[in-house]
Structures are given as C-alpha cells and as structure tokens.
Design a protein around this ligand. Sequence first.
Ligand SMILES: [Zn+2]
Length: 73
Amino acid sequence: MCVLHKIAMALVVIGALNWGLVGVFHYNLVMALLGSWPMVERLVYVLVGLSALLMLGACKCCVDGSVCGMEKK
Ligand SMILES: [Zn+2]
C-alpha cells in the first residue's frame, strides 16, 4: 500500500473509532479534543470522509501502483 493510502487508512480508522465511541459512550473524541477550534474539528471530519473515498479506490491504484504511483508495493 502506498504512503497516501496508509495515511488515508489511518484517518479512516480514527474516524471509525470516533464513531464507535459516539455510539457506545456518547463521547465524541474529536469534538472533545478540537471542539475549541470548530474549523479544525470540521476539517478532521472532512479529511476522514475524503480518506474513505480514497480508500474506495485503493485496491486498483495500490495493486498496480500506477494511478497514485506514490510508492510500489
Ligand atoms: Zn495508493
């Protein structure tokens, strides 16, 4: 997996864990950490969403290494 998709994967996992916390404990970690900076908090949500979209395209680009081409497997 290329660097781009490793970063995207990490963000998706962080986002998913946060949703898990919200569901189980009604605790939004991102809001707790970044609630004082609404723009930054919003940016994190946007980045997580964009990362999920990136991950949807991960198989093709990371298998043949040609589309995002950051790094071969
Ligand atoms: Zn990739």
